[in-house]
Design a protein around this ligand. Structure first.
Ligand SMILES: [Fe+2]
Length: 290
């Protein structure tokens, strides 16, 4: 094997790889390290005196970089797939049957609530996003205030309902465990105080809306908020963890005007492990405290 020829070939290849990875802006530590190692190695080799050992090390580095690049491509592809293009939100299927939450929430409510109401938020959000895109393209922002409001209302409606379905399950209820329970105790005193506060917040929502347990990353505390409609009174800095829908469409067919009974029964279908999981992920976000 001509070591010098191989070295020159690698050197040439590496120049192209450097340009390629710069254009990609990989945020990928391992690849960065290997590229730095290769850079250092190539600069330290004297091409006329290259040894067999140095050639073997070069081959290993080339192999490592190729593997890491393939992995980087895969990560990029995955994150591309996770992007929802403008106006292309979909109604997520219910994670259980329409009748799964009976007797606490009836089959009829779930079918209407999911298939009609939630679908209309998805459609409304898609339409608002497309109209705002059109405004940017045509430079006509005369209706922007309207579409911004639509995007906020339907967007919040879509995202909160998605969380709401995930936060419930048949044979749910009980109490949360682990880090979430410790945080509830820390921030509300104990579970019963939290539950009472949350239930009261839900019962006292003025008109249509939600009660929502949120994680507030800046003070690093749990908080309970009400949201009138879907989007009023929102605290934009927070991450919703556990939402309770108290729009009439969520209970009226079954509970009539007795929202309180609906709220009290609802605790039997809370899926705490889903909330614990969201809490764990939300906690990884760290806002700078101010
Ligand atoms: Fe709803």
């Amino acid at each position: 094997m001509d070591y010098k020829a191989y070295f020159l070939e690698v050197k040439n290849w590496f120049e192209k790889i450097k340009l390629y990875t710069q254009s990609k802006r990989y945020d990928y530590e391992e690849l960065e390290d290997s590229l730095k190692r290769m850079d250092f190695f190539i600069n330290s080799i004297k091409e006329d005196e290259i040894t067999e050992n140095e050639t073997i090390s070069l081959q290993t580095l080339v192999k490592d970089i190729n593997e890491l690049l393939r992995e980087g491509e895969k990560i990029e592809e995955n994150s591309r797939q996770m992007v929802i293009p403008i106006g292309q939100h979909n109604l997520p299927p219910l994670p259980y049957n329409y009748n799964a939450l009976e007797p606490h929430i009836s089959n009829e409510i779930m079918k209407l609530h999911h298939d009609k109401h939630h679908q209309s938020y998805v459609d409304g959000l898609n339409r608002a996003e497309k109209m705002m895109q059109k405004a940017r393209e045509t430079n006509d922002f005369s209706m922007l205030k309207h579409w911004e409001r639509e995007a906020s209302f339907h967007g919040s409606g879509h995202y909160l309902h998605t969380l709401f379905w995930e936060s419930m399950c048949p044979k749910g209820g009980g109490e949360p465990k682990g880090a979430l329970m410790r945080q509830i105790n820390r921030d509300f005193g104990n579970y019963n105080a939290f539950k009472k506060h949350f239930s009261e917040a839900a019962k006292q929502v003025e008109g249509s809306g939600w009660a929502i347990l949120v994680w507030s990353p800046r003070p690093r505390r749990l908080e309970i908020l009400q949201s009138e409609k879907h989007n009023n009174l929102t605290q934009w800095d927070t991450i919703p963890l556990l939402p309770l829908d108290v729009w009439e469409h969520a209970y009226y067919l079954q509970y009539k005007n007795n929202r309180g009974e609906y709220v009290d029964k609802w605790w039997n279908i809370v899926k705490w492990p889903a909330v614990e999981d969201r809490f764990g992920k939300a906690q990884k976000l760290q806002w700078k405290p101010v």
